[in-house]
Design a protein around this ligand. Structure first.
Ligand SMILES: Nc1ncnc2c1ncn2[C@@H]1O[C@H](COP(=O)(O)OP(=O)(O)OP(=O)(O)O)[C@@H](O)[C@H]1O
Ligand SMILES: [Mg+2]
Length: 384
């Protein structure tokens, strides 16, 4: 049954199906359409349905209205239900116009062609139908590709985020272990002296910090596993002051040569969420604040953390008097991979915002170039 020329290279195949019980009409249709299109023909609605079931490339259905058995409109209605992407058209005599218009209004048919059709009109109609079919198919393909690339992008962000979040505690563990080894070496060189006992106390403090960093790594790894199983996971009452102090301890070695770390605590708010995740957010903010400080005497560099509660919300602020953020960058700093740093990944704030919002909170920033930056997070207070 199938004849006609193949689709042009690079274009999706678009076969035209013509259905008519009149042999002469079928022949005439072939003669006109076949030089341009790949054509298949059927003598009845049932035969047309069979062809459609077998040929996935049928793009256009043109059916005569008056056929014994299934009418053209009935055929189009069934094809609309089974193959909605096929462009459906009706060939009618003037006496059937009302039925044809009703079929258009109900969406079964996209247009009709009056009988007898002439070659020019037929070719123009087919061209329009095939183009419409290809356009729709292209849009659908693009939608699928966009969805795929969005998924890939999300996966990329996720993978990089895991690396980003594990890196900070890992470097804390590593720095503390290195420091402990050095202090232990010092103690071994001067056994029994006062200096040796001071060094051993330093070893102990460094190992404690390393242990805390290691615990943080385990907690973060656990929370990643939990969220990959899409369980709500580690929700618990969180004492924000407690988390704040542990973050300060972990960033102490980073801060000690750069800035004065100040704490202003006017409340002891508790929220419902994950202490590990709150810790991740604060760690990112404090590290950013420290990294924003210019090279100048340490007394002039300040990072201030404050904790408060207001209007049923817990409020945490991390403010620095560093370089600030250019107004043009302010709307991008929460975008994944946006960074102005040579060695930044640009993920710290994107991750932080996601965590804050997952726990029902909001994060805002205010900044003045040359003067400093203030991040404010608020979460609903846990009152019971
Ligand atoms: N306290 C701040 N002061 C000035 N600029 C900031 C501050 N915090 C964030 N920024 C700006 O926002 C950008 C994005 O921060 P984000 O933490 O997401 O990534 P990053 O710090 O550049 O990289 P990473 O977190 O991987 O080290 C930074 O590159 C910087 O330009
Ligand atoms: Mg950062």
């Amino acid at each position: 049954m199938k004849t006609g020329k193949p689709a042009e290279s690079g274009q999706r195949r678009a076969v035209v199906l013509y259905v008519d019980d009149d042999r002469a009409n079928l022949l005439a249709f072939r003669a006109i359409a076949e030089p341009t299109y790949e054509v298949v023909v059927a003598r009845s609605g049932d035969e047309a349905l069979q062809l459609i079931a077998q040929n996935a490339d049928i793009a256009v259905l043109m059916a005569d209205q008056r056929m014994p058995g299934m009418s053209g409109i009935d055929l189009c209605e069934r094809v609309q239900a089974s193959h909605p992407d096929i462009v459906r058209m009706l060939v009618t005599a003037y006496s059937d116009l009302t039925a044809a218009i009703a079929a258009i209004n109900r969406g079964h048919v996209s247009r009709y062609l009056n009988k007898p059709w002439n070659a020019e009109e037929l070719l123009a109609t087919l061209l329009d139908a095939v183009e419409r079919y290809r356009l729709k198919a292209t849009v659908q393909e693009l939608q699928v590709r966009i969805a795929q690339s969005e998924r890939l992008y999300a996966l990329g962000v996720l993978t990089a985020s895991i690396g980003h979040e594990l890196r900070t505690p890992l470097s804390i563990v590593s720095a503390n272990v290195q420091f402990a080894r050095k202090a232990l070496g010092d103690a071994i060189k001067q056994p029994g002296t006062r200096q040796a006992s001071v060094s051993l106390q330093e070893v102990d403090a460094a190992l404690l910090d390393a242990e805390e960093g290691a615990q943080r790594l385990i907690d973060i790894a656990d929370s990643i596993l939990l969220s990959s199983r899409s369980e709500p996971g580690d929700r618990e009452p969180v004492d924000l002051a407690h988390v704040l102090h542990s973050v300060l301890r972990l960033t102490r070695s980073e801060a000690i040569h750069r800035a004065r770390l100040l704490i202003a605590q006017s409340a002891k708010p508790r929220i419902y969420g994950s202490a590990t995740r709150v810790g991740q957010v604060l760690l990112n903010l404090v590290l950013n604040a420290l990294q924003a400080l210019p090279d100048r005497p340490i007394e002039r560099n300040e990072v201030k953390l404050s904790l408060d509660e207001r209007d049923g919300r817990a409020i945490v602020e991390v403010a620095d008097n560093g370089v600030g953020i250019e107004p043009g960058n302010l709307s991008h700093i929460f975008d994944p991979f946006f960074t102005t740093k040579k060695k930044g990944t640009g993920l710290g704030l994107a991750i932080s915002k996601q965590i804050v919002e997952e726990m029902g909170g909001q994060i805002h920033v205010e900044s003045r170039p040359g003067q400093g930056t203030r991040f404010r997070i608020s979460w609903p207070l846990l009152t019971t």
